[in-house]
Write a protein that binds this ligand. Structure first.
Ligand SMILES: [Zn+2]
Length: 314
């Protein structure tokens, strides 16, 4: 196994500012960091690989974006997601997380996916009369899930008649996706070579927090969307995290994996700076509970501040 290489991000990943102030400065030799890292069950001796390398979570005073300065380079990221993270690691980690495994989590995730698909159908077919019954328009909507993992969202999108595309560079995830009958490619370049038409929608679920240059990726993704295409982004909300005090907070600002720490405001600023405009997607109902239906209907008038946001290419 080759050694990992780090690069240092000298300027703000959102606005380019150079005055970053420290939020959390420590090293991989710190006892608490070691305790949290061990809970990830990586398929490698991570202590031997990382030694006492520094960890520097910083905040940009100009735009409030929080990010790690020392991050893995592209090749090392690939190594992380293909070698450190294998099927055993994924199941050991998810088994240890109450909210990530089991039937209740599967039901919640599948319901969330359907809500997204209902909203996309409404937002993208708004000008087409055939949408009045809630069905799709004359042509299938094309959706790209960037960082699609094992392809669960795309499987559901296919059932609703969407043309689906997935990009994920983790070979572990790619193998799972093939088992799920979803076609994915490893890079955006490969996708561009294969897809002949622009996408109506691009989704990034729990992806942007992993990327060393998220703004550049958004600029690239804007190019594969139709002129009024929709972008859905979900990232962890790190609004209250600075120095992590428990496992959940550490996971939010994990220095190898979650290298960008968003709040609702900094997510909107970054994405809008890459040529998108935030929109209120309105409600979509997948529920048997009247109270949930009412709460969701209220979002027509008041949109909660979340790190789960919709945008249109502008
Ligand atoms: Zn900034």
């Amino acid at each position: 196994m080759a050694a990992l290489n780090f690069l240092t991000r000298e300027s703000c990943i959102s606005c380019g500012g150079k005055m970053a102030v420290p939020v959390w400065s420590t090293s991989y030799a710190n006892g608490r960091v070691q305790h949290f890292m061990d809970a990830f069950h990586y398929a490698t001796d991570w202590r031997a690989e990382l030694g006492d390398l520094p960890i520097a979570l910083v905040c940009c005073p100009d735009c409030n974006m929080m990010y790690h300065q020392h991050v893995l380079d592209a090749e090392s990221l690939e190594q992380l997601y293909s070698e450190w993270i294998d099927e055993n690691q994924i199941s050991a980690l998810t088994n240890g997380l109450e909210d990530a495994a089991g039937p209740a989590a599967m039901f919640r995730d599948a319901s969330d996916n359907v809500r997204h698909l209902l909203r996309l159908n409404r937002l993208l077919h708004a000008d087409q009369t055939s949408s009045t019954n809630g069905g799709s328009g004359a042509t299938p909507l094309r959706v790209l899930d960037f960082g699609c993992g094992a392809g669960a969202f795309l499987q559901q999108a296919s059932l609703f008649g969407f043309d689906t595309w997935g990009v994920d560079f983790s070979t572990t995830r790619a193998a799972q996706a093939k088992d799920n009958q979803v076609t994915i490619v490893a890079t955006l370049d490969e996708f561009r070579d294969e897809a002949e038409q622009p996408m109506h929608a691009v989704t990034l679920f729990q992806v942007l927090e992993h990327l060393d240059d998220p703004r550049q990726t958004l600029l690239e993704l804007a190019k594969v969307l139709t002129h009024d295409g929709v972008l859905i982004i979900e990232v962890p909300n790190c609004g209250r995290v600075s120095v992590p005090k428990n496992f959940d907070e550490f996971r939010c600002v994990h220095p190898l994996e979650h290298i960008n720490a968003f709040t609702p405001q900094t997510l909107t600023s970054l994405v809008e700076s890459a040529g998108f405009a935030k929109i209120n997607p309105g409600p979509a109902h997948v529920t048997s509970r009247p109270d949930a239906l009412v709460r969701s209907e209220l979002t027509r008038f008041y949109e909660p501040k979340r790190t789960n946001q919709y945008f249109r290419k502008s």
